[in-house]
Design a protein around this ligand. Structure first.
Ligand code: G
Ligand code: MN
Length: 391
């Protein structure tokens, strides 16, 4: 029996038990039922995955080695449905590799066979208790307005990220010429309808944690290029790169969808992440130019100080971060800064974009200060291809 304090957790706890070995399955099920649990049994992994439909469960207990879908497969399926339910893995032959996988994927605990039935009761009771805490934590986050905040473990994060990829789409935001408000082009912006990854930064963070930035970057570049053929006017396409995309061979592939329209594409490289850890930046950027791409520095004023990004990228276009544009009509320091930037950029043959323009005052000030291109909610919010400009 579990200690008295924990024993209460077992009463009516809903348990899914997956074990292909009949005698052991029956013994475990009997013992858990005796402790008050409601036990659903599965004779293998595939059956366990089916049984998940009848959930939710408080705890899932699964053997690791089973024919067909194994214990880690069960764990992944569990995480596609429930970010928090504890999964206990059982194994006769503990090997470090599968143990590490299991823990990384969010297994709650390992049980090495043979184990005492009391031991199982104790661990299951603890799992039920901690599951309740995890659910409360999630509600607290939601109440605090922080959102469900995704999964706490790798299997959950993978499921979340796959849903994000599945629902990925590109929003487009017009960029206008300051001189006559005509359309210069569109910036393609990553969007998805996965609620726990509510903004592009969250999708990128998830990709980074899963080491899937390359996959995400390729998806974004392909998706960004797609509707351009049907754009109402022949404009430029601005595409955001993550600095790590510079290491991705497909970026330099002459046959990629983006390369096919390279003479209309501006690749934006953000100031927010350092390019110092990218090797041979100059050479890479030269290869991109040889393909026909133009380069922009994005979010200038929000990231690193110093010359590195300018010196390494020698951009054709500079995008001022919206934090500099905000309230610029009332802040003299910002005005001076932008004036110096536009003067300098003009001398160097670079165009300056003012991003995030929200008010007529901001618009008029950045135009007076010499910005060449304009972007922001005042003209158009990012939307499905292709939003109209409101003047
Ligand atoms: O980092 P980058 O500059 O690529 O990001 C642009 C982001 O800013 C997009 O997510 C876009 O939706 C958002 N954005 C675009 N225009 C405006 C604006 O006028 N105001 C604000 N607050 N955000 C904007
Ligand atoms: Mn950008």
């Amino acid at each position: 029996m579990a200690p008295a304090a924990l024993g209460g957790f077992l009463a009516d706890a809903k348990i899914l038990l997956a074990e292909d070995e009949g005698a052991l399955r029956r013994a475990l099920a009997r013992s858990l039922a005796k402790a008050g649990c409601q036990v659903t049994v599965a004779r293998d992994g595939a059956e366990a995955v089916q049984q998940l439909e009848g959930g939710p469960f408080d705890v899932v207990i699964t053997d690791i080695k089973m024919p067909g879908v194994d214990g880690l497969g069960v764990l992944r399926s569990v995480r596609e449905r429930d970010l928090d339910v504890p999964v206990i893995l059982m194994t006769a032959a503990p090997d470090l590799r599968s143990a590490m996988d299991g823990i990384e994927y969010g297994a709650f605990q390992y049980l090495t066979k043979p184990f005492e039935l009391n031991e199982l009761d104790r661990i299951v009771a603890k799992a039920v208790g901690l599951h309740r805490i995890a659910r409360m934590k999630r509600s607290a986050l939601e109440l605090g307005g922080l959102g469900a905040n995704g999964a706490g473990d790798r299997a959950g994060l993978e499921a979340t990220f796959q849903r994000a990829l599945g629902s990925l789409w590109m929003a487009y935001q017009p960029i206008l010429r300051a001189q006559d408000f005509s359309l210069y082009g569109y910036e393609a912006l990553l969007r998805c309808s996965e609620p726990s990854l509510p903004h592009p930064g969250a999708v990128l963070d998830a990709a980074e944690r899963l080491e899937k930035l390359t996959e995400l970057g390729e998806r974004v570049r392909r998706a960004a290029a797609e509707p351009i053929a049907s754009a109402p006017e022949r404009g430029m396409l601005f595409v955001n790169l993550h600095t790590s995309d510079l290491e991705c061979p497909s970026l330099y592939d002459t046959a990629s969808p983006l390369s096919a329209i390279a003479d209309r594409v501006v690749l934006e490289i953000t100031e927010r992440a350092s390019i110092l850890n990218i090797s041979d930046t100059r050479e890479k950027v030269a290869r991109l130019r040889a393909l026909g791409f133009r380069i922009a520095i994005d979010d200038l004023g929000a990231g690193y100080a110093g010359l590195t990004s300018f010196a390494h990228l020698e951009p054709e276009i500079v995008k001022l971060d919206m934090s500099i544009v905000r309230n610029i009509s009332r802040e003299v320091t910002k005005q001076k800064l932008v004036r110096s930037m536009t003067t300098l950029c003009k001398d160097l043959g670079m165009l300056v974009v003012a991003e995030g323009i929200e008010t007529p005052e901001e618009r008029d000030t950045v135009i007076a200060l010499g910005c060449d291109l304009l972007q922001g909610y005042l003209f158009a919010r990012p939307g499905r291809p292709f939003p109209d400009i409101e003047l």
